[in-house]
Design a protein around this ligand. Structure first.
Ligand code: SME
Length: 166
């Protein structure tokens, strides 16, 4: 069954829903260069499009520190402030520059539990137009195994379209 989000009707099929939200994000952000505005908009629109999203947001690379992430725009309960590269799921995504798809966070070595209700997680690295890592995008779910290759493909595509275009 389709659902309405603001004035957008969201299809029930996950891939179709991502396609609709991706188009809407591009349209809302057209001509807006501010990075905080772009990250806040992506967090809000994705968080409001999927019931399975429990915590949705960015950890940005702190330019004043060596290999450290600091919390950026997000939707959800209080997130941890800082995560070193290599620590937890976000730090692993930053260190490896690879998406981390985690069906069971309790089975992930070094997982950082900001909110004990998180059960599964996906973290996608975010690059600027020059290929520099600027952030990671983290989605946690209170449901186990909430994310799959469809989420990965679409989130990677949305991050690239929003932050890596020249
Ligand atoms: N679970 C994450 C930490 C960030 S939050 O859950 C908001 C991790 O292990 O990287």
């Amino acid at each position: 069954m389709a659902e309405a989000f603001n004035d957008v009707v969201l299809p029930a099929d996950k891939a179709q829903r991502y396609a609709a939200v991706a188009e809407e994000i591009a349209s809302v952000l057209d001509g807006e260069p501010n990075l905080t505005a772009r990250m806040a908009t992506v967090s809000s629109m994705l968080a409001n499009s999927f019931d399975s999203y429990f915590w949705t947001g960015f950890y940005v690379v702190d330019p004043t520190k060596e290999a450290e992430l600091v919390v950026g725009p997000y939707q959800g309960t209080l997130g941890c402030m800082r995560i070193a590269f290599g620590r937890g799921v976000c730090g692993t995504a930053a260190a490896t520059r690879q998406t981390q798809l985690v069906p069971d966070v309790h089975a992930f070595p070094g997982h950082i539990a900001c909110d004990g209700r998180s059960a599964s997680e996906i973290v996608v690295p975010v690059f600027d137009a020059g290929g520099k890592l600027i952030a990671v995008f983290d989605v946690d779910s209170d449901r186990p195994a909430a994310f799959d290759e469809t989420d990965q493909a679409w989130l990677e595509r949305i991050m690239a379209a929003t932050f890596s275009q020249g």
